[in-house]
Design a protein around this ligand. Sequence first.
Ligand SMILES: CC(C)[C@H](C(=O)O)[C@@H](O)C(=O)O
Ligand code: SF4
Length: 466
Amino acid sequence: MRPGRSLFDKIWDAHVVAELGGGHSLMHVTRHLMHDGDGVPLQRLTARGLKVRSPELTFATLDHTVSTEPGRTPATASAFAARLALIRARAAAAGIRLFDIGEPGQGIVHVIGPELGLSLPGSLIVCGDSHTCTHGGLGAVAFGIGASEVLHVLATQCLVQRKPRRMRVRFEGRRAAGVTAKDMILHLIGRIGAAGGVGYAVEFAGAAVRALQIEERLTLCNLSIEMGAKIGLVAPDETTFEYLAGRPYAPAGAAWEAALRYWRGLPSDEDAVFDREVEIDAGAIAPQITWGTSPEQVVAVDQRVPDPAAEPDPARRQAIEAALDYMGLQPGAPIAGTPVDWVFIGSCANSRISDLRAAAAVARGRRVAEGVHAWVVPGSEAVKRQAEAEGLDRVFKDAGFEWREPGCSMCLAMNGDRVPRGQRSVSTTNRNFVGRQGPGARTHLASPAMAAAAAISGRIADVRRL
Ligand SMILES: CC(C)[C@H](C(=O)O)[C@@H](O)C(=O)O
Ligand code: SF4
């Protein structure tokens, strides 16, 4: 008998156009998402005398380099004005739909794909960005590709890939109050390490994953790449279908019914085999916060940062020392109570409406601590408008937060939004690398509620004790 197939296998196999030998397959791309760095591959394509093969399957937005200054317009100058002009012109010439500043649809590429219903279960989605794994939260195989691969997809709508191995991570049990999808994934990365997922497509399963709303599943999958897995995905279910129904690019009418039939057959078979299995008791997870310069350097908020003296392995001891030194932390000190200068609520990890609601619930009726700069950068124009309709912008502004325009912003500080050297930030982003939020900036990754709690307290604080 044929062994059971996993969610990942079913989607992958359905997109193979040809087996090329040597483990390589030619894959059809359902949707190609582009961001403001992709004007260059479009330009190269034209220079080679080629055309975009399927412009109707290609969508672009502006995110990494746009200004997030309140009141910005499409013409607001940024240091990257030429880059924005290039992608606008090339996308228009190629017939690619680009969502520009001020339009609903503009935003961080991994926020707008799901929001517009461009990212669908059972599809193969690529984008020249490592956090493309986010879209796996809807039951898609989605992964980041490099610049030359972007060119290949533009020219052919296909891509040569090697099939990764399969891992399943089951979060069983129930989360405690105050514990979010961000805490689940940070906890997992802390446990298996920043390279623990290299070479795998990771299916997240188990009762605690089934219980997650779609936006939480997107957060969970977003950080797959931070454990080295290019692909993370969750089986589609009724929660997925409810989320997608009626979205602008989701199928409608008879096409929706046909899609549902296909999607319902996607979950992993009972007897599906995985190359690696990990099980986690979701009930034992506490709110997490990173202390170091890799997402794997993470503790529960009520724990202490490590003491290198207690680490027998010399290489690991040195890594801990270097991280503590960069982060300006004392060995073995409790992480809670560490004073903070900045709080950033945003990025493709945590800038959706549910994230802003969670942060606003903490901020409501309170004040940002003296001397702390706290920013909220919605993930998309649609998120921004929804938040304003709910009055969340007022909640944030009344508390002393700055309410800004959608984009990547201080997640990677490419557009000039940055944390000054030596200053400490609690950030809802996905990378705490050296210099990520600006040269010399110190980043602690956490959930939106934990970030808001830090803004209010002026220190790293346990949101459960506020
Ligand atoms: C600039 C871009 C290509 C990059 C990525 O690939 O992820 C960025 O989005 C990031 O988060 O570091
Ligand atoms: S928000 Fe951050 S992680 Fe996401 S795409 Fe933009 S820069 Fe990359």
